[in-house]
Every structure is written in structure tokens, then in C-alpha cells.
Design a protein around this ligand. Structure first.
Ligand code: NAD
Ligand code: MG
Length: 404
């Protein structure tokens, strides 16, 4: 029996992870559930899954959580705050951790789970963008495993030549596979193109948050939905692929594939290209990551290739969706630049979702913030947290000053 901590239990990935767990009560148990502020939703999940511990990130809500758990007659203990979250993922209550908090807020708990040697099911891509090398070192030091849950990275992981028993032996320091030794030439990251695929800049000046969040293929939280609409999601994923698989930026190509059935591909030296296909449903990646190297039912409908029809592939429109190149720029600059990129993006997306920033200004604000803060070598997590804060303040100041 695996005991699983789900960080971001009330979110979209959290719901998919709990759905997979509920299908396999003989194999998995949700032992820790954590959320940001939605106490009632968290208590409702506790009623259903009976975890040992519920953690609410906002410390002001601890009493409310404790009282509501008690009123519901549950034995689930309550805890609150970032420290409690880190303790929960590091301790005895779990052996697997689903890192599904959105944004930089997930960094410290993701690192804590890695250091503690847990099986880390990584959805929180922002943490690997900010702290890729530190996260890989933490996985190595902890002696656990990192299984990517982001659908593209999970697909790539599936297409790479892992030998279940030999993974540790084959890994380079830092936990990455040796792509050259494996004969890998390129990684092809697929992108749906988002809700605005085919539109030009002039068409996008007045788009609303609800239009940006109406993703044609995936149902996701609002922040990642906007990232998909700007293509920043793919930019973050390029950086994620760089760290997780040790691929040079020039080895990672983004291909738009509107059907979202091919989740990514790996090209080998002999010309073979291996792809992973499936219906666009995150339960596939989660079930794969929970059970790896075994395979279990995910509740996902079988892929009907005849009904799904033609598969299209096209180049991304980098002039309209400038965030993709901004991510390549941050990756090339290295050091703290991806942290600055991520922080500016979080500020810009937050402002867009609140109706305070036009869609096209998201890329402009990120660019202005990258221009303002030069990249430095990463010292440690505290350094990254400081850079993250500085970048947020810079982005907010630029927004107040009407940077564009
Ligand atoms: P979501 O908005 O639906 O859920 C976010 C969860 O994080 C919620 O449970 C919320 O309570 C929690 N949270 C937010 N801020 C927090 C904080 N400060 N402290 C603690 N918890 C906090 O988001 P999502 O779509 O589930 O995405 C979660 C992560 O997974 C993101 O990093 C996203 O990029 C990644 N991801 C999501 C999908 C998807 O299909 N939804 C696919 C790939 C990767
Ligand atoms: Mg993805």
C-alpha cells in the first residue's frame, strides 16, 4: 500500500489524482491532503478519503479547519502553514507526493519531498523552472524518484529507454538520463496551440480571461490555462524538459498539434521517432506515475484513432505568441533568469485574470522584467526565493508605471 500526499488537493490535478487513487483502494491511500484556502472543499475531500492529516496553507484558517474536521466526526488531524506542509511531505505519513500546487508557492514543498526521498509526482512545473538543478540534486540526495506528471514530460519519460531496475545506475549526477548514450537526437514537445491558435496580435488585444481560459482540449486551473493561451506554458515546459532530461535547448523543438492526442515525441539517432498517444486526460500521466514501472487502469477512455481522424502538426507562431521565445531567452541566460521569467509571468497572469492587464501586455511585462534584472548564478533556495520576490516587485512597479 502506498500512502500518498496530495499538495493542491482541491485543484484540477488534485481531483484527477484522487480519482485515480479511488479506483485502486488496494494499492493507494490518500494519507495527506493539502490546499491553499478552500477549507470547506478540503473537509469534503477528507470526508471522502479519510486522510491522516489535512493541511491548509493559509495559517489563519487552521482553527476553522480543525473545527470543521471535528464537526464532521473525522479523526483527520489539522495543520496549517508552509512549515507544516514541508513537515508533512518529509515525514512518515507518506511515501509518494503529488506536487500539484500552482506556481512558485509549490517550490519549497516540492524540494522537501525530494530531499526526503519520496516518489515525487511532479505537476508543479514552476518549481523545476525556478530551481531545476537544486531539485535534481535534492532527488539524488534523498534517494527517491521523480516521475514527471506534466503530460508532455510524462510522455517523454515513457519514450526514453528506462530500464526499471537500472534507472539509478544509468543516471548522471544530478539525476538526469544520459541522452547521448541513449542515442537520443531530439525531443519534440507538442503544444495544443491553446484557445487562440491561428489568431494574430490584432485579434488578441481585447480578449478576456474567460476566453483565455476556455481551452479547447484540456480542463485545467486558470493560471495554467492562461499560460497555454500565451504559449508560456510551452516555454516553461521547454525549461522543464531541459532540466528533467538533460536536453540542450537546441535539442528541444516545439510542435503545435491541435488534437492533443500525441503528448510528445523522442527522436533517436537512427531516425526512429517514438511518441506517446492517448486521450487528453491527466489521469493517464498520474496513473503512470503512481504505478511506474507497472501499468494500472486510469479511468481514461480508450483512444479511438479512427474516430479522432487526422493528426495535424504545425510550427508555433512565435511572433504572435512571444512568451515562447522569452522562455528560450531565459533558458539561454541561465542562472536566476528562469526564476525572473516565472515570477514576472505569475504577476502578469494574475493581473490579466483580475482584469488589470491586457492579454498582449503579459509578454511585454515579462520582457521588461527580464530586461531589468540580470541573471546571476544560483546560490541556494534562499537566493531563488529572494530573486523571485525582487522580480515580482519589479514587475509590479513596472505595471504601476505603465511600462508599455
Ligand atoms: P488549480 O488552480 O486547479 O489548483 C491549484 C491547487 O494549488 C489548489 O488546490 C490550491 O489550493 C493550491 N494552492 C494554490 N496556491 C497555493 C499556496 N500558496 N499554497 C498551497 N497551496 C496552494 O491548478 P492545476 O491546474 O491543478 O495546476 C497545478 C499545477 O500542475 C500547476 O503547476 C500546473 O502548471 C501543473 N499542471 C497542471 C495540469 C492540468 O491539467 N491542470 C497539467 C500539467 C501541469
Ligand atoms: Mg503540459
Amino acid at each position: 500500500m502506498r500512502n500518498v500526499a496530495i499538495l493542491g488537493a482541491t485543484g484540477s490535478i488534485g481531483a484527477s489524482a484522487l480519482d485515480v487513487i479511488a479506483r485502486h483502494p488496494d494499492r493507494f491511500r490518500a494519507s495527506v491532503l493539502a490546499a491553499h484556502r478552500k477549507v470547506d472543499e478540503l473537509v469534503a475531500l477528507c470526508l471522502r478519503f479519510k486522510p491522516d492529516l489535512a493541511v491548509i496553507a493559509d495559517a489563519a484558517l487552521e482553527t476553522s479547519l480543525r473545527d470543521k474536521l471535528a464537526a464532521a466526526g473525522l479523526a483527520t488531524r489539522a495543520a496549517a502553514g508552509a512549515r507544516a506542509l514541508n513537515d508533512a511531505v518529509s515525514g512518515e505519513l507518506c511515501d509518494s507526493v503529488v506536487a500539484a500546487i500552482v506556481g512558485a508557492a509549490g517550490l519549497e514543498s516540492t524540494l522537501a519531498a525530494a530531499r526526503a526521498g519520496k516518489r515525487l509526482l511532479l505537476a508543479n512545473k514552476e518549481s523545476v523552472v525556478m530551481a531545476g538543478p537544486l531539485l535534481l540534486d535534492a532527488v539524488s540526495a534523498g534517494g527517491g524518484e521523480l516521475i514527471p506528471v506534466d503530460s508532455e514530460h510524462n510522455a517523454i519519460f515513457q519514450c526514453l529507454p528506462h530500464q526499471p531496475r537500472a534507472v539509478d545506475v544509468e543516471r548522471l549526477p544530478g539525476g538526469r538520463p544520459d541522452l547521448a548514450a541513449a542515442g537520443v537526437r531530439r525531443i519534440l514537445l507538442t503544444a495544443s496551440g491553446g484557445p487562440f491558435r491561428g489568431r494574430k496580435r490584432a485579434d488578441l488585444a481585447a480578449v478576456t480571461p474567460d476566453q483565455a481560459c476556455a481551452h479547447p482540449k484540456w480542463s485545467m486551473g486558470r493560471k495554467i490555462s492562461v499560460d497555454s493561451a500565451t504559449l508560456m506554458n510551452k516555454g516553461l515546459e521547454v525549461i522543464e524538459a531541459h532540466w528533467l532530461f538533460g536536453a540542450a535547448p537546441a535539442q528541444i523543438e516545439v510542435v503545435v498539434h491541435p488534437q492533443s492526442l500525441v503528448h510528445s515525441l523522442v527522436e533517436y539517432a537512427d531516425g526512429s521517432v517514438l511518441a506517446q498517444l492517448g486521450n487528453p486526460d491527466m489521469r493517464t500521466a498520474l496513473a503512470h506515475a503512481f504505478a511506474w514501472p507497472e501499468r494500472i487502469d486510469a479511468g481514461v477512455a480508450p483512444l479511438d484513432l479512427v474516430k479522432s481522424g487526422a493528426l495535424q502538426f504545425e510550427a508555433p507562431d512565435r511572433d504572435t505568441f512571444r512568451c515562447l521565445d522569452l522562455a528560450y531567452r531565459a533558458l539561454a541566460a541561465g542562472g536566476t533568469a528562469p526564476t525572473v521569467l516565472n515570477a514576472a509571468n505569475e504577476v502578469a497572469v494574475g493581473a490579466f485574470l483580475e482584469g488589470n492587464l491586457p492579454f498582449l501586455a503579459i509578454a511585454e511585462l515579462i520582457e521588461a522584467t527580464l530586461d531589468a534584472i540580470s541573471a546571476e548564478p544560483v546560490a541556494d533556495v534562499e537566493h531563488l526565493v529572494h530573486v523571485d520576490l525582487t522580480a515580482r516587485q519589479t514587475a509590479q512597479r513596472k505595471m504601476r508605471q505603465g511600462f508599455c
